[in-house]
Write a protein of this length. Structure first.
Length: 404
């Protein structure tokens, strides 16, 4: 199969909400080669009483088969799956390997990079400032930050909902070469934005949707300026600590909290598959640098969807969804609705994640994968998410059409 070009490959990981970006023929997948070993039983214990019992054996068997089939077809090394269906039971399973070199099994206790799910925390931080009266959603970003192209007409809301028109810095060819040429490089937010600012804005603000990491780097700077704290400290003090998310954080440098799963990507200058576990995530900062685990994301799914940390009025603003142009996918303020499931997903070299909540059934699904290598012209998290939801919530299937 043809490999993705280095710059195109990076764009897929940097811009995609794990699939909310068209994949052209040049984005043909390269499959990972790890086999799928036996299932690792769950050791998860942080569940509510009404979700403590497992799903029935027949349904568990169907899910086991479906997840492992997708792993074989897509070449995914390892997957953590957490599914909670109040009144029906839970399904917490791990499949495959966390480390292809040692063969160490994937378990549901491992930390992983969560990529663009970071945006849900950045958006929540901004919306908390809205609740404080420090930010106006419909105020121009130039009210708060200087130097943004057309910043006098791009609003904070348009940044949050991916309708600013700013050129995505991660689509710049120089950025792609600079990052892939030195994955340990430390980027500042200003350096990241400069790659995008070299280009004209793509469209007039508010006229269309385009997923752009530039929006969320700016929002991180906005939080820092108005709060007087770093985005890392603000998110800890105001979001993860109050929500009890003890394993959700911005890493310092390239490390991951132990224990962790290794990540595998084909986003390299050579196109060969590499272990990207310790690549520096500074290039994604407030758009995608955070780390979490299955237990924390289970709780975050509901907090995000129900607005635990926001006023009801501000949460209502967050959930005002607009069409993305992708069939069945709408986007709000740092949150999407796909098939009735609301939440976000993430993709960056070596890792993918999906954290979604179905209000109709108060159901939660969390996926953590240690590969971002596309298959069947789709992100691997999309394939697993579709397989699981097709079985347990057939009227609400999480799916993004191939090539979208």
């Amino acid at each position: 199969m043809r490999r993705r070009s280095p710059v195109r490959t990076l764009v897929v990981a940097a811009l995609a909400v794990a699939g909310l970006l068209p994949l052209t023929a040049a984005g043909a997948p390269t499959l990972a080669t790890a086999a799928v070993p036996s299932v690792v039983p769950a050791v998860y214990s942080g569940v509510e009483d009404d979700e403590a019992r497992e799903l029935g054996p027949e349904l568990r068997a169907k899910l086991d088969e479906a997840v492992q089939r997708v792993m074989r077809e897509a070449g995914i090394p390892g997957v953590q799956v957490g599914l909670w269906l109040p009144g029906r039971g839970r399904y917490v399973r791990s499949f495959g390997v966390a480390d292809k070199e040692t063969g160490a099994p994937m378990t549901d206790r491992l930390n992983q990079r969560i990529g663009s799910e970071t945006k849900t925390f950045t958006a929540t931080a901004v919306l908390q400032l809205v609740d404080q009266g420090l930010v106006g959603l419909d105020e121009p970003i130039a009210t708060y930050l200087d130097g943004v192209p057309c910043g006098e007409i791009i609003t904070v809301r348009e940044l949050l909902e991916m309708r600013s028109g700013l050129f995505p810095y991660s689509a710049d060819a120089d950025f792609g070469n600079d990052f892939l040429g030195d994955p340990q490089r430390v980027f500042t937010p200003q350096e990241l934005l400069a790659y995008g600012y070299k280009h004209d804005n793509v469209f007039a603000p508010g006229t269309r949707y385009q997923y752009s990491n530039s929006n969320y780097i700016l929002l991180g700077l906005l939080v820092e300026k108005l709060s007087g704290q770093s985005i890392e400290q603000f998110v800890h003090d105001r979001i993860t600590a109050p929500s009890g998310l003890g394993h959700t954080l911005y890493p310092e440098g390239t490390e991951l909290p132990v224990p962790y799963a290794h990540g595998y990507t084909d986003q390299t200058l050579s196109g060969e598959i590499a272990d990207s576990t310790h690549w520096n995530p500074s290039w994604a900062w407030s758009a995608g640098a955070m780390v979490s685990d299955l237990r924390d994301l289970k709780h975050w799914a509901k907090d995000l969807a129900t607005g635990t940390l926001l006023s009801p009025a501000t949460q209502a603003e967050r959930l005002k969804m607009l069409p993305t142009g992708i069939p069945g996918a709408d986007y709000g303020l740092g949150i999407f609705n796909i098939g009735g499931w609301i939440g976000h997903n993430g993709s960056l070299p070596g890792y993918e994640s999906l954290t979604i909540y179905l209000p109709e059934e108060c159901a939660t699904l969390v996926l953590l994968l240690n590969s971002d290598i596309t298959a069947q012209n789709s992100e691997p998290s999309t394939l697993v998410g579709k397989a699981v939801t097709s079985i347990v919530t057939p009227d609400h299937v999480y799916d993004i059409p191939p090539g979208k």
